[in-house]
Design a binder for this molecule. Structure first.
Ligand SMILES: CC(=O)N[C@H]1[C@@H](OP(=O)(O)O)O[C@H](CO)[C@@H](O)[C@@H]1O
Ligand SMILES: [Mg+2]
Length: 543
């Protein structure tokens, strides 16, 4: 029977001591905090990833080192399961347990416990592929990760500095290589070729779209977008802004998808000509925000809900035109943050489901449909085609619509939200439909909305139900929220604890900007007071 390499594990673990004052938690976005505090976590994640691989018969597990849209000093790490999806949730607790063992002895004991509890056969080889974004703490954290992988004798592949969606793609392609489910070539070049070929086919014969301005958040998306240029030829031009990978502190600073969504405005580094369309990626290029300037030069945001609407409507059209609408049902998955107007527009046409925040919930729900379209309002999302739907599409009688549908499938990264793939998807649809930003935007009109953070002493006191749309605790708070909402015609508001920050989030929407703000700040004030917030620290905008 193969035993744990206890001595090596312990000795190497001693080189990566856990900071005694930090409690780590594997949350919605994996482990995420100040990069310089994560050395022990990365070492232990190396061991954990190898154990997960052994547990899954030696399938390759992915490890991505990134903190996405967070400030540059932050970093983080996420595990990717064999089909390119997020780590199975039951393992999140194992990750947390290993990360918090106070010293190397306790760590080895925790590893041993995990091996026994989950019945891992240690003789099975472990395989891991890892990558990192451009953060300055990345190289050192990767070194710690490698130390963990070597301590447990895993085979590993370094995918270098690349985007989160490329790493997910690699995991899926490595694990499906040579099978009937092959998802493509298991290299970055394979990814670039697959997506760009499909995109070029969708654009063929259409007028060349104007060059697309891409705000790369001064992150790794800039590298990937630059690489795409070589594959797109002159059929589609992209102009990169915020593609500075050298200036310290530039990453996500006043730019990127999160900046645009939160502030509902252009990054100060960008000016748009009337009619011009552009988009922003986040720091690891898995989120996308679109926007355009109207003929008066005014900014309009096209967020994840607008992307859902465009994409779902187009896929429905193609399915129908291919004569497959009886067999293939398209559904949409949203969270409570989806703009009420988008939900109304979509529900009048398609099945729409609301799930709790976090991509894993959306992804799982999307798997229940033949074609599941999901985007969080903040621009993270993709489209999933069930194996049966793909089979039907590939064997059905050829037509232009069917060819377009096949190319749409290939331009999409089904493993996870992928900003560049999503941007090509959007551009392909706009070209196919001869839509400008204005026509896309006109499908429905967003309700003004406001998202507010409330700092409370204990966010775990906030519990929700109904896909996070209603509070069950603290008791009676929901009734008070309802009372405030009733004052606003068409108003909606909900309160939930964040899964990634130590805050409670309040969302509100209403018929006018002033009303949405007033409702959001009234609910925020209510939450602050009910949660025992210090009156002297009460934010002045709270009502
Ligand atoms: C309102 C909002 O944008 N919430 C984000 C944020 O989650 P919170 O649980 O709200 O902190 O980070 C998640 C991970 O990136 C993302 O999935 C989600 O959409
Ligand atoms: Mg991201």
């Amino acid at each position: 029977m193969t035993m744990l390499p206890v001595k090596d594990l312990q000795e190497r673990s001693d080189r990566h001591p856990k900071p005694s004052d930090i409690k780590f938690q594997y949350g919605t976005a994996g482990f995420r905090t100040l990069g310089k505090t994560l050395d022990s976590v990365l070492f232990r994640v190396g061991v954990l990833a190898a154990l997960r691989s052994k547990k899954l018969d030696g399938k390759t597990i992915g490890v991505m080192v990134t903190a996405s849209h967070n400030p540059e000093p932050d970093n983080g790490v996420k595990l990717v399961d064999p089909r390119g999806e997020m780590l199975e949730s039951s393992w999140e607790a194992h990750a947390t347990a290993l990360a918090n063992a106070p010293n190397s002895v306790a760590f080895v004991a925790a590893v041993d416990e995990l091996v026994k509890a989950t019945k891992i056969d240690l003789s099975i080889p472990a395989r891991v592929v890892y990558a990192r974004d451009t953060r300055p703490t990345g190289p050192q954290l990767i070194a710690a990760l490698k130390d963990g992988l070597e301590a447990i004798k895993a085979e590993y592949r370094d995918a270098g500095v690349t985007t989160t969606p490329v790493l997910h793609y690699l995991v899926r392609t490595i694990n499906t290589k040579g099978t009937k489910d092959s998802y493509g070539k298991d290299t970055e070049e394979g990814y670039l070729t697959k997506l760009s070929d499909a995109f070029k086919k969708l654009l063929a014969g259409k007028p060349t779209p104007p060059p697309l301005l891409i705000d790369c958040a001064n992150g790794v998306g800039a590298l990937m977008a630059e690489r795409f240029k070589g594959y797109l030829g002159d059929i589609f031009n992209i102009n990169l802004v915020n593609a500075d990978l050298h200036t310290p502190g530039a990453l996500n600073n006043s730019c990127g998808a999160d900046f645009v969504k939160v502030n509902q405005k252009l990054p100060p580094s960008i000016t748009l000509q009337p009619g011009q369309r552009a988009c922003s990626l986040d720091g690891d290029a898995d989120r996308l925000m679109y926007y355009y300037a109207d003929e008066r030069g005014q900014f309009h945001m096209l967020d994840g809900d607008k992307i859902t609407t465009l994409v779902a409507s187009y896929i429905v059209e193609l399915v129908k035109a291919s004569g497959l609408d009886e067999q293939i049902k398209v559904g949409v998955i949203q969270t409570a943050y989806a703009n009420g107007s988008s939900t109304k527009y979509l529900s009048e046409r398609l099945p729409v489901k609301c799930v709790p925040t976090g991509v894993k919930h959306l992804h799982h729900a999307a798997e229940q449909y033949d074609v599941g379209v999901y985007f969080e309002a903040n621009g993270h999302g993709t489209v999933l085609f069930s194996p049966a739907a793909q089979e039907l599409i590939s064997s059905h009688k050829p037509s232009t619509a069917l060819t377009n549908l096949k190319n749409i499938i290939d331009v999409i990264n089904q493993t996870v939200g992928d900003a560049l793939s999503d941007a090509f998807l959007v551009e392909a649809i706009l070209a196919q439909k001869s839509f400008s930003g204005v026509e896309w935007d006109s499908l429905y009109c967003d309700l003004p909305n406001r998202l507010v953070k409330v700092v409370v002493s204990d966010r775990n006191a906030f519990k929700t139900e109904d896909a996070e749309r209603r509070l069950v605790s603290p008791p009676s708070l929901q009734a008070k929220v309802d009372e405030l909402v009733r004052k606003y015609e068409g108003g909606r508001s909900f309160v939930r604890p964040s899964g990634t920050e130590d805050v409670v989030r309040v969302y509100a929407e209403a018929a006018t900007r002033a009303e949405a703000d007033e409702l959001a700040f009234s609910v925020a004030g209510l939450v602050y007071d009910e949660a025992g917030g210090d009156p002297s620290q009460r934010p002045k905008e709270f009502l």
